[in-house]
Ligand binder design. Structure first.
Ligand code: IYR
Length: 226
């Protein structure tokens, strides 16, 4: 009953969940309210915590759907202070150039209320950096490059799951995108089939203030047909 074969391929029983409509309303509303409490922070406690928490978070991210179930991601977990320092120095070098010439005035103006700048102390303060790589292809025996599908979408969704899992654990994070980020391949010695996607510093929260932002109201983001 739990497993069978369809067209010669193994299938497993789907353990589904059935809630009453009342429960569905409550659960969806509660989940929204909990997710709405998540905020990007740029200040972290430097206090360490157990790697098992990071392992659970990465496993949660790995449950994301992906093109042809290729799971085209690698999560590099950086804890070593010397490697974090290298990443900070390389990121700040790129960011300095971005903030001082590469980014348009319009872009810089858009970032002003968020208070970002080229300095990235959180890359050393946060006890863990999760550096997410997308895997463009898989190298098969004999050297054939087997392409992955919808890599950008798949890894984006996995990062969404990752951020939700970080929030669920009571930790805080920042999605950091130094540009360009090829220095990460070099520092972390990643193979040719991988490209850096995001740096996500993860840590325990500290008392801090974050920019007062508004989420767009539903009638601006949702269009109902029929
Ligand atoms: N990558 C730079 C700039 C930056 C860009 C956007 I769009 C942001 O939402 C925030 C920052 C940085 O990390 O500072």
């Amino acid at each position: 009953m739990e497993e069978k074969t369809i067209d010669g391929y193994p299938y497993t029983y789907y353990h589904h969940f059935k809630f009453s409509e009342k429960e569905m309303k409550l659960r969806s509303e509660d989940f929204y309210e909990w997710m709405d409490k998540r905020r990007t922070v740029r200040e972290f406690s430097d206090e360490n915590f157990d790697m098992s928490i990071i392992e659970h978070i990465v496993k949660a991210a790995s449950t994301a759907p992906s093109g042809a179930n290729k799971q085209p991601w690698t999560f590099c977990v950086v804890r070593h202070p010397a490697i974090k320092k290298k990443i900070r120095e390389a990121a700040e070098k790129e960011e300095f150039d971005s903030y001082n010439g590469r980014m348009s005035n319009e872009w810089l103006k858009d970032l002003e209320p968020l208070g970002t700048n080229w300095q990235k102390p959180f890359l050393e303060t946060a006890p863990y950096l999760i550096v997410v790589f997308k895997r463009i292809y898989e190298l098969e025996e004999g050297g054939h490059k087997h392409q992955n599908y919808y890599v950008q979408e798949s890894v984006g969704i996995a990062c969404g799951f990752l951020l939700a899992a970080i929030h669920e654990a009571g930790l805080v994070a920042l999605t950091h995108t130094p540009s360009p980020m090829n220095f990460l391949s070099e520092i972390l010695n990643r193979p040719e089939n991988e490209r850096a996607f995001l740096i996500i510093p993860v840590g325990k929260p500290v008392e801090t203030f974050v920019p007062k932002i508004e989420r767009k109201p539903l009638d601006e983001i949702m269009v109902v047909y029929g």
